[in-house]
Write a protein that binds this ligand. Structure first.
Ligand code: PLP
Length: 357
């Protein structure tokens, strides 16, 4: 730390992203990327756009937002694009949380980091038994609600009826529904935008659209809320999404069928892998996302994580109360999951069989 750093940032604990091994031969199941390559038309669109790199990108992000609005069935005034959905979330914490923010104890790790970075009071609401979220736990709290749905790292989702209860019970509070994993098998809250002006749906192209490296996220909300997001963005970085990424996003939307197929494969693999893990003694919730959240009754999470790592398989382990013995495992290709299962089989066999606390 230099002596120039602002005092308010000296205590900050930055977000720790999953490891991104560069050039090492690892099976990467730690950051929930799509295991399938982009459609060739997406690569082609980005390449073509690179020829105009001397020119700024469209600050309105229209090359992407026009097709996105059409795809979602919304007006162009109801959508916003950002450098990953992390940037949308950052803008929310920065400008749309004047009374604070409320979110679960076990949810996306960036919420508490942004709260602290933007000096927003955080109300942390513990998930109930079995990682369930109860809308009534949020009623008395001031501030903007952040709900990851499906939730990470648990892989569990609220039904749209529960989201509607949250919106109704908190009519004077903004409810941000972070739908990073919605396309792997749950219903979106988007139709509720017609009825509720306190809803913001946040989406990303990093997971279900295979564009994690492009950094593309979006928000959908009332035209007024979208204006607010633009007010924040145009006071920070008007060219927040680069032109290759805008073109790649539009091209991906034009290949929606291809991505639907990729997701169908992931969902199929998820089911098969979940069953094999259960047969091996692992336990965990039934995931509706592109990852599994599991623990072994006899082997500490850290041990599993390290053993897998030494076998060149990366998964996510969180050194956090309640989930220290869990692993979050991204659903990869069938071959990747076979390698994972073989490694776990080996690890489990070599372990003493004393149950964990
Ligand atoms: C991955 C993830 C994000 C961030 O995605 P980017 O668009 O890559 O910034 C946001 N929310 C949740 C719950 C996620 O898992």
């Amino acid at each position: 730390m230099s002596r120039f750093l602002a005092p308010c940032l000296q205590q900050l604990a930055p977000y720790v992203p999953g490891e991104q091994p560069q050039g090492r031969n690892m099976i990467k199941l730690n950051t929930n990327e799509l295991p399938y390559a982009p459609h060739p038309a997406v690569v082609q669109a980005a390449r073509q756009e690179a020829e105009k790199l001397n020119l700024y990108s469209d600050p309105g992000c229209m090359p992407f937002l026009q097709p996105l609005a059409a795809y979602l069935g919304l007006e162009e005034t109801q959508v916003f694009a950002a450098n990953g959905s992390d940037e949308v979330l950052a803008f929310c914490f920065e400008g749309l949380c004047p009374q604070g923010a409320a979110f679960a104890d076990l949810t996306y790790g960036f919420y508490p980091v942004y709260a602290s970075f933007y000096s927003v009071t955080a109300h942390v609401v513990p998930l109930r038994e079995n990682f369930c979220l109860k809308p009534e736990d949020y009623v008395q709290l001031p501030g903007t609600l952040f709900i990851a749905n499906p939730n990470a790292p648990t892989g569990l989702a609220l039904a749209p009826e529960d989201i509607e209860v949250l919106l109704r019970q908190n009519a004077n509070r903004l409810v941000v529904v972070d739908e990073a994993y919605v396309d792997f098998g749950t219903q979106s809250a988007l139709p509720l935008l017609k009825k509720y002006d306190n809803l913001m749906v946040v989406g990303t192209f990093s997971k279900a659209w295979g564009l994690a490296g492009g950094r593309l996220g979006w928000a959908a909300a009332s035209a007024e809320i979208i204006q607010d997001l633009n007010r924040i963005k145009f006071s920070f970085n008007p060219y927040n999404v680069n032109r290759m990424t805008l073109a790649a996003g539009a091209a991906a939307l034009a290949q929606a069928d291809y991505y639907r197929q990729c997701r169908r494969r992931v969902v199929q693999t998820r089911g098969e892998c979940a069953k094999s893990l259960r047969d091996m003694g692992f336990e965990g919730p039934d995931s509706v996302a592109n990852f599994l959240f599991v623990r072994h009754p006899h082997i500490p999470g850290k041990e599993l994580y390290q053993q897998l790592r030494s076998r060149n398989i990366l998964v996510r382990w969180f050194n956090k109360p309640r989930i220290q013995n869990h692993l979050r495992i991204t659903v990869g290709t069938p071959a990747e999951m076979d390698a994972l299962l073989a490694a776990l089989e080996d690890i489990v066999q070599k372990q003493a069989s004393t149950p964990l606390q």
